[in-house]
Design a binder for this molecule. Structure first.
Ligand SMILES: *Cc1c(COP(=O)(O)O)cnc(C)c1O
Length: 411
């Protein structure tokens, strides 16, 4: 008998030439090799830069100290998360008039893992994404076999419904014309910086209920919304509890990009019907208890502090700092005659490149100004002709990058 080697999941071969950010790093390195004393200014990756606020640092220190004594040591906690933290998260929703039970909240190690893992509880089916969008939604569905091959011509995977987000529709899509099963929405949006109104979200909630679809709502940037009329949660929209999962993160709201903490809401009212009626909450609980052993005790103690009155106040000042960066970037590129979107209730400025291809403009920006942006096309074909500029950075670095663009960009 011929024995064959273990095989790997061949869907991995369908993934594109690489995750966007390694590609950016490679091009930047090639430029640096040729221009050894150039100082690179990064407005590229969406990574936080400002130190954690005092109340969170104190809680993290205390949490470590607790681990140093048998009397206060803790090992495994509940897979679903610390019950005090889940209660506190439920209270945050309640403060905005939304009733969520702690049993509907699953604490996690972040929104990226949750938005990647959530597809695993669904059967096959058609996925719809905003275009452009955060690459994780598409790539994880590719890996799980919900798509065909990548089509170089259209820059799309076969089998995925891409919902165009353009200046003409204020970067929020129309509902699909046919039936889809799983819909990813992100608001405030990475990369466009657009924030969906309640009316816009209502169109998708109505569609999902009518078409028995489930919405995966990524609210990682919710705390960046300062306009009181814009929804921070999809549950502000009637009917959403019957059709939507919401994924949240402490990364951008409290600087936990490296600490790692998030949560996902799976409402009890969200019932999927196929051969039998199943609560998605039960299935996600099965998934989490098999694959996940809970978020770190230390991170969760930090999360408790982040949601305390003092923690929220201190973290808001960091958000305000990043949003001032966004204003500086947006005004800077507008003064150069570019059209720019976002940057008001989201930490991203979505800059139109005046007809240049995203990667060509990326190269021009790098060569002439030494500023690194993120090519819009990396987020999907409708991102072509745009560059994403990130407001995460130290003020002096942001100002230096914007000054360099104003002085050195040849138009
Ligand atoms: C940054 C980001 C996240 C956060 O992921 P974490 O794993 O919580 O750090 C989630 N979704 C989007 C769209 C993001 O940009």
């Amino acid at each position: 008998m011929v024995m064959t080697m273990a095989t790997i999941n061949l869907n991995y071969d369908k993934l594109g030439s690489g995750y966007l950010f390694p590609q950016i790093a490679e091009r930047t390195q090639i430029f640096l090799d040729k221009n050894q004393d150039a100082k690179i200014m990064k407005l590229g990756i969406g990574n936080t830069t400002e130190k954690l606020v005092p109340s969170i640092i104190e809680a993290l220190h205390d949490s470590v100290d607790n681990l140093a004594h048998n009397e206060t040591y803790t090992g495994y906690g509940d897979e679903q998360g610390n019950s005090i933290l889940r209660n506190l998260i439920a209270e945050q929703y309640a403060a905005r008039g939304i009733h969520i039970e702690p049993s509907e909240i699953f604490v996690s190690d972040g929104a990226k893992p949750d938005s990647a893992n959530i597809q695993s509880i669904f059967g096959q089916g058609i996925v719809a994404v905003q275009c452009p969008s955060y690459p994780v939604y598409v790539d994880t569905n590719v890996i799980d076999g919900r798509t065909g091959e990548f089509d170089e011509e259209t820059q799309q995977y076969e089998g995925i419904v891409y919902m165009p987000c353009t200046a003409e529709n204020d970067f929020f899509p129309e509902v699909p014309t046919g039936k889809v099963d799983i819909i990813y929405l992100c608001s405030p949006n990475n990369p466009t910086g657009a924030v969906a109104t309640k009316e816009q979200l209502q169109t998708f909630v109505d569609y999902a209920i009518d078409n028995k679809a489930v919405i995966i709502f990524d609210a990682a940037y919710a705390q960046y919304i300062s306009d009181p009329n814009l929804p921070k949660s999809i549950y502000e929209v009637p009917g959403a509890k019957e059709c939507a999962v919401e994924i949240c993160s402490f990364s951008k709201s409290a600087g936990f990009t490296g600490v790692r903490l998030g949560h996902t809401v799976v409402p009890m009212d969200l019932v999927v019907e196929d051969t039998e009626r199943k609560q998605l909450n039960t299935t996600w609980n099965q998934r989490q208890t098999r694959f996940f052993n809970g978020a770190s005790n230390i991170s969760q103690d930090g999360g408790l502090a982040a949601l305390s009155e003092q923690g929220l106040k201190e973290s808001q000042s960091v958000i305000d700092y990043y949003m001032e960066n966004a204003r500086i970037i947006k005004e800077g590129v507008e003064s150069l005659g570019f059209t720019a979107y976002g940057g008001v209730n989201a930490p991203y400025v979505w800059m139109n490149t005046k007809g240049m291809k995203s990667w060509d403009f990326f190269d021009k920006l790098l060569e002439e100004t030494h500023v690194v942006g993120t090519p819009g096309v990396g987020f999907g074909p409708n991102g072509e002709g745009f560059i994403r500029l990130s407001a995460f950075g130290h003020r002096e670095d942001i100002e230096e990058a914007v000054d360099s663009m104003i002085q050195n960009l040849k138009m």
